[in-house]
Design a protein around this ligand. Sequence first.
Ligand code: F6R
Length: 262
Amino acid sequence: MEVIIKSDAQTGSIAAARVVARLVREKPNAVLGLATGSTPLTLYKELIRLHREDGLDFSAVTTFNLDEYIGLEKEHPQSYYTFMWENLFSQINIQPEKVHLPDGMTQDVPASCAVYEREIINAGGIDLQVLGIGSDGHIGFNEPTSSFASRTRIKTLTQQTVADNARFFDGDEAKVPHHCITMGIGTIMDARMNLMLAFGTGKAEAIAATIEGPVASMMPASILQHHPAAKVFIDEAAASALKLFDYYRWVYDGKPDWQKDA
Ligand code: F6R
């Protein structure tokens, strides 16, 4: 795992955006895996800026989102479909037919999940997957004890995740759906690169366990230790519980510029 500690969320997100932008320039038909939530918002803002000011071209890019709540219409203000169109897709030149999110309103969840997996394969697999991390260590909505071999499927959110996400639902936990469709950990591990972002002290324990703890299904993100190309962009607050904090800094600072964005 490559650990990149930046002073704050802004500089961390811009550094992560450079990696995404480099891939899209080198491979215009790249397949991106995307996340929702608070964490990637600044990354998406930077991608929009690069599109507007530097001509970063998304016209041939395909995207697959990690997850979607079950029972929310696409048009629901808190659906991840709405989130992605509001915060990224409507502001770049992506082709709507190249955008994919799990269907939270499907009447046949297993069949719909199988189709999603097939669509990822048919697109050539995910080149770069953007990930946040839950305070309980989830990636996508793969909560603790999720199988490392899991594929896209229905999951039940933990009470912790329901409480964490209530801030998007007027602070009302009763409004947060308890079920979702999420890519599995196996699906995420198949991405050629995984790019995780985490900011703030609320993520410090999960980040320390992910990077320096044992690989365990109780900390789903720890499986990234087995991924051949996983980068973790964190701010100093999220890095505050890392034992090797100084070492990660020293490694990154000593790299040539071309390697920092690769
Ligand atoms: C979102 C997702 C989740 C979030 C995680 C962190 O698509 O898959 O794993 O990345 O819950 O959420 P924030 O960024 O809101 O702290």
